[in-house]
Design a protein. Structure first.
Length: 552
């Protein structure tokens, strides 16, 4: 159902043209048997366009409507930050307060973590989903705020000193929800309902954490695509603060209008919400307080995306044009953020400044062949580890041709410079990075995904004696869990009582890479005698978590 509630014709296409252009962006959502979503355009407080596509339930063939409720995942963060700001306005807390003032169970790391650090992802805390997965949580296991708080007292280290870096961290927003509850004396759900949703007339919005509650008019989430089929992801998101706001496009329209009319919090609250973080180095980051403040095609923008289960969401607000773009969807391949940008391109076309003329840029990977002597190619010959794919890349010369082989498939590579190669009739290729050594140690590989490949010596890394030294049991004091590394069929395998076995492969001396995302990058530490004493495990949002080897 298309709703056109109001229209401001200046600098915008006509109503019919707009509807046709927007519908074209979402045409894939209207195919038979496909989940869908809602798009909304907000202009000066009015929801000037709202259009629903696809199915809210594949099982029962229920269509999405403009009143359908969606989980907007991390779009929720701005509401959590705003709740903290409202309490700060009342003098009940300060953004400069040490979080331990309200959460004494947080360890003393020897440096202060402020509420402000939580709000812009510069706290150095480890991301709780990654932590719990390392501790043994499996896909589909419910994760709650209480689960996080149980593990926090055991934490001994941070990812980095507070304020020194930006690293997206959901933990801080779970902490803020807990702080709201302890300071206000209300549940987080009660506080946000009473202080934000009801004053703004957001009657269909609430934070949810009970996975067993029946919630009418709520879209079911799906993984997959029309080509590969759809499946139901296991719901696990039983937490609030970092996500789990369920809402409608009309309610979000009222929220973005508060950026203009300041009915709740006043202009000071919006100013605080959109104040970008400043690191201890003096660098300013785009992340403000639960929302990103940046530019799009020369226009100032407040925005955030969301992803949980199969739900995807995008909220954008262009304050100088008093325009909001909202996209809510219920399947993982929806491309909500890209479609929101496409709608912005249509609706705000006349507002974008003329692009600056720029010089012609050459493609990163040239396909112009050049001659390379076999003696020059010797610097490239050898075995490399593709860090993204976890596969081996072998470069060698065969019958006067230069070859690249990955997992048994060999292709000829053509030199395009003294450090680069391309594969004819494909997007694949290689760029070498000389570092003053006779042999190239590092490549950028386009296979076809761009990734780094590092030279390895299979004899040194993968001999049985080399692999055997990494076997044993490793215990994490911070997670109170143990992993066991065993050697099976000349392959290192990691075992855990809650997870399926997975492989881990040496990619450099004392550096391993695992198949499992939660145990991805492993650095080996040795004692003064050269004996392995433990592992430092990282997985993106957790860095260098210590696992001590038992029996050493």
């Amino acid at each position: 159902m298309l709703i056109l509630l109001a229209w401001f014709a200046q600098a915008q296409p006509s109503k019919d043209v707009l509807a046709t252009q927007v519908d074209a962006v979402f045409s894939a959502w209207e195919q038979p048997g496909v989940p869908g979503g809602v798009v909304g355009i907000v202009k000066e407080g009015e929801l000037v366009l709202a259009h629903a596509y696809g199915l809210a339930s594949l099982e029962y063939g229920v269509p999405v409507t403009t009143e359908t409720i969606f989980n907007v995942a991390s779009v929720s963060k701005q509401f959590t930050a705003f709740s903290i700001i409202l309490l700060a306005q009342e003098g009940k807390l300060s953004l400069k307060d040490d979080v331990r003032k309200y959460l004494p169970e947080v360890p003393d790391f020897g440096t202060t973590i402020t509420i402000g650090h939580l709000m812009n992802h510069s706290s150095g805390l480890r991301n709780f989903q990654n932590l719990l997965a390392m501790a043994g949580w499996r896909d589909g296991d419910p994760m709650t705020n209480d689960d996080l708080l149980k593990y926090i007292p055991y934490q001994r280290e941070l990812n980095f000193p507070p304020g020194s870096e930006y690293l997206y961290c959901n933990t801080g927003f779970n902490f803020m929800a807990e702080i709201v509850e302890r300071v206000s004396g209300q549940s987080f759900q009660e506080f946000t309902k009473e202080r934000i949703f009801e004053p703004l007339g957001m009657d269909h919005s609430e934070f949810r954490e009970d996975l067993e509650t029946v919630n009418p008019n709520t879209a079911t989430s799906y993984d997959g695509s029309q080509e590969e089929g759809f499946r139901r992801p296991k719901p696990f998101w039983a937490y609030v603060g970092n996500g789990n706001l369920c809402t409608t496009v009309a309610d979000l329209a009222k929220w973005v209008d508060n950026f203009r009319h300041h009915r709740v919090g006043g202009p000071e609250a919006l100013q605080e919400l959109t104040t970008r973080g400043i690191l201890t180095s003096g660098d300013t980051i785009n992340y403000a307080r639960g929302i990103v403040v940046d530019d799009y095609r020369g226009l100032r923008r407040f925005q955030h995306g969301g992803s949980i289960g199969g739900y995807r969401a995008s909220l954008m607000y262009f304050p100088d044009q008093a325009t909001g773009i909202l996209v809510l969807s219920n399947f993982s391949s929806a491309g909500a953020s890209g479609k929101a940008l496409a709608v912005a391109d249509i609706y705000l076309k006349e507002h974008f400044p003329e692009p600056k003329a720029e010089g012609r840029s050459e493609p990163l990977l040239s396909k112009n062949s050049v001659e390379m002597a076999p003696s020059s190619f010797k610097a490239f010959e050898g075995t490399y580890f593709l860090q993204r794919d976890g596969a081996l890349l072998k470069l060698y010369r065969q019958n006067d041709r230069y070859m690249a082989e990955v997992e048994g498939t060999a292709l000829e590579i053509i030199p395009s410079s003294d450090t680069s190669f391309f594969v004819p009739d494909s997007d694949m290729g290689l760029i070498g990075h000389p570092e003053g050594n006779a042999a190239i140690e590092r490549l950028t590989a386009f296979a076809p995904r761009r990734q780094t490949a590092r030279r390895i010596d299979p004899e040194k890394l993968w001999s049985r004696a080399a692999l055997q030294q990494y076997t044993g049991e490793y215990f994490s004091p911070e997670l109170q869990t143990t992993y066991r590394i065993v050697l099976q069929d000349d392959q290192l395998t990691v075992q855990h009582r809650r997870h399926n076995d997975f492989k881990v492969t040496p990619v450099a001396i004392d550096q391993l890479q695992a198949e499992a995302y939660f145990f991805r990058d492993v650095k080996v530490e040795r004692d003064e005698n050269g004996t392995v004493k433990g592992l430092r495990v990282s997985n993106g949002r957790v860095r260098n978590l210590w696992f001590e080897r038992k029996g050493t």
